[in-house]
Design a protein around this ligand. Structure first.
Ligand code: URA
Length: 434
């Protein structure tokens, strides 16, 4: 079928068959379909959706667009974790070393920032020397030797997702259940882990704004996992406020170091411990959530996880000296404190707007392949339920381009709804789909 006919079929609400989907994914991966046609197709999917069968076919075509990693030679149950994307969601940087420290191999394939959300690969690239693309051989050697390996999309593993993901990021086609499910699950299937734990974010800083949509996305991914024989579980977690305090790449590495040192924002530690405990249980390490959690708490508090983080950085050619010498991470030349404008309690946060504010400062992209400013971002000094008033510092902005400060500050202010009522902090863990 010709590409314009495939686009028209989906645009008009038709159902594509497996062959059509495979041809589309293969041809796009091999540069036989230009970005403008793929963008039109993605928008048609965004508007019309996909059936469950189409989503499963898209997932498998994307997973098989490159090589599927075979980790069977590595002993133990390998567990992968993936977040559907949030703001100040630094959990992967914490979980990879933490879970590996508990003896469960973590084989992880990650992405770059998408829309208003940050990406683990961009964050890790702020560590001098850190290599985010490993060959399959290096990936499995590191996993065997250190119990943890992390790579971004490369030309040989799920390349279709790498290309489609970058295009969606700049064509307003991210918030689509079939596109998110196929993107996440294709990477996870290709990366070869035995079990997959998904962190499905819900709220103003997530692609799924309400619980119903998040449950549908989680259910779709769990079902795809079931079909391909990879046990998949999804934890639904809140994104009604940034998970950590730091938004931006090197800033989030700093906050990960804090949590790995037994400190950091309580919500970030809590979600990391919950997800980590599920990963341990799925791998057969500790029977209950409580026992797994206790072990992980101990590793955060006694330095074991932090040491594993240093080992992980070193294994991927990064400089672990950043842990002791934070100034080795990219530094922004401009810092600006933001003060409260009105008196009252923070009732609501438009978290996506905060993500865009960080992107304006340079932490995210507005076009494909754009260079980002690894030092740029925001450190929040307030959250839901906090009382703010003129003169009270509410955030610090970081950037290397002073021209960006005023637009970013305006967005940040717009993101906060101030009222008279003292609102309780949102519940963090909203449920599990398995
Ligand atoms: N994470 C992904 O890997 N893909 C998406 O589409 C969204 C979040």
């Amino acid at each position: 079928m010709r590409m314009p006919d495939i686009i028209a079929k989906k645009r008009d609400g038709g159902q594509l068959d497996q062959l059509e989907i495979r041809q589309l994914v293969t041809d796009y991966t091999n540069d036989l379909i230009p970005d403008y046609q793929m963008a039109a197709f993605l928008m048609a999917v965004f508007l019309q959706g996909m059936t469950y069968e189409e989503t499963a076919a898209m997932t498998m075509a994307m997973a098989e667009s490159g090589k599927c990693v075979d980790l069977s030679a590595i002993s133990g149950i390998k567990v992968d974790k993936h977040s559907t994307g949030g703001v100040a969601d630094t959990t992967t940087l914490i979980l990879a070393p933490l879970v590996a420290a508990a003896g469960v191999p973590v084989a992880k394939m990650s992405g770059r920032g998408l829309g208003f959300t940050g990406g683990t690969i961009d964050k890790l690239e702020s560590i001098p020397g850190f290599r985010t693309t490993l060959t399959q051989r290096e990936f499995s050697d590191n996993l065997k030797r250190y119990g943890v390996a992390l790579t971004g999309q490369s030309a040989d593993v799920a390349p279709a997702d790498g290309k489609i993901y970058a295009l969606r990021d700049v064509t307003a086609t991210v918030e689509s259940i079939p596109l998110i499910a196929s993107s996440v699950m294709s990477k996870k299937i290709a990366a070869g882990a035995d079990k997959i734990l998904l962190d499905v974010k819900v709220g103003s800083g997530a692609f799924m704004k309400d619980l119903g949509a998040a449950v549908e996305l989680a259910g779709t991914m769990v079902k795809i996992g079931e079909i391909v024989g990879r046990e998949t579980k999804a934890v639904l977690t809140s994104m009604e406020e940034p998970l950590g305090l730091n938004i931006g790449n090197s800033l989030e590495v700093l906050e990960a170091i804090d949590v790995l040192s037994g400190q950091g924002k309580e919500a970030l530690r809590e979600v990391s411990l919950t997800l980590g405990a599920h990963m341990l249980n799925m791998a057969g390490r500790e029977k209950s959530q409580a026992a797994a959690r206790k072990l992980l708490e101990k590793y955060l508090d006694d330095g074991t996880a932090l040491r594993k983080f240093a080992e992980f950085i070193n294994a991927q050619h990064g400089d672990p000296a950043i842990i002791e010498h934070r100034e080795l991470l990219p530094q922004a030349v401009c810092q600006q404190q933001v003060f409260g404008g009105a008196s009252g309690f923070i009732e609501k946060i438009d978290v996506a707007k905060l993500g865009y504010s960080a992107a304006v400062l340079g932490a995210g992209r507005t076009y494909k392949g754009q260079q980002i400013d690894l030092a740029a971002g925001i450190v929040m000094q307030c959250g839901i339920g906090d009382y703010i008033e003129p003169g009270r510092s509410i955030a610090v902005l970081y950037t290397n381009d002073p021209m960006k400060l005023s637009a970013a500050e305006q967005l940040l202010r717009q993101a906060l709804t101030i009222g008279r009522a003292k609102i309780k902090r949102p519940q963090l863990i909203l449920g599990v789909v398995d």
